[in-house]
Write a protein that binds this ligand. Sequence first.
Ligand SMILES: [Zn+2]
Length: 338
Amino acid sequence: MRISFSRGIKIATDNWKLGCDITNSQYFPLVFYSHAHSDHIPRKIPKTNVICSSITRTLIENFVSNYDDGEFYESYSIGDTIFSQVPSGHIIGSTALIMDSPENKVIYTGDVSIRNKGFLEPFKPEKCDKLIIESTFGKPKYTFPKYDEVIKETQEQIQKYVEEGIPVVLMGYALGKSQMLYHSFSHLSDTIILHDSNAKINSLLAKNGIDGSITAPTYQDAKDGGLLEKTSNWILFSPLRSGRNEFSTFLKKKFGVKLFAFSGWAISPNYKYQMDVDHAIPISDHADFAELIEICEKCNPREIYTVYGPKIQLAAELRKRGFKAIPLSKQTLLESFF
Ligand SMILES: [Zn+2]
């Protein structure tokens, strides 16, 4: 089996060739898309065999403008290899891929999380021979505080503002982070408003019967209807923006809003100042360093390939812990590492 990385992950055996989250997928007879974030999908869906979840398929079909009619599968088999998906705990519809044959069980996590966030099924690590794992927060300093505690503290802070009649803006990616934010915070005010980018994803989910949507007016509608002036305890869900951004500056000046930025990078004390926000909350759709190590320990594979982010550092940390781990590159030669 040869595993390499170039615009996505390429896995080849004598019997099959697969591209995982690959952006030039037209050259592959079989591709897998772990989720619908733009850095994991191509601009054009190829006329080929595609494995992904039904939710990811719906999102991709709506995001990719020149959609071509690839054949979609939830699971697949070639010879004695069975390809199946399990939840990866990253965003709605995200999955990890399991490639199982009598010789080898291989898992590609995609973007992954094992934290229980109450609305998304976390990834459940299972024993395998080879593990391909993301490394976004793959350095020891990227260890997040307890999720439930962060949520509780943030709820209390938001509630305080709402009671004082101070509007708040909760900022995170419209796909993924925002559904997590709606789940944890949308009950804290009677007046919930969605930035137009959030509203677009929200109505796409609602239209397709996908869990995670809420009922709320768009910012434009709230503005036109005078809702922003009528009440002062509203919560606006918005994409992540700097406090220096034109829209943020306007909201601060006109309504005295408090800005909350939700990102794993808020683990760095500088992040709050870089973003120029009132609160920077370290919540991520990704596994932190401790989770990444836990996944590797529970999967206990013979070989680990790290991809995306600080993959060299994560692989080095894993080797310190006795794993055979290497960062995935264009030409990965496992032997040269040991
Ligand atoms: Zn992602």
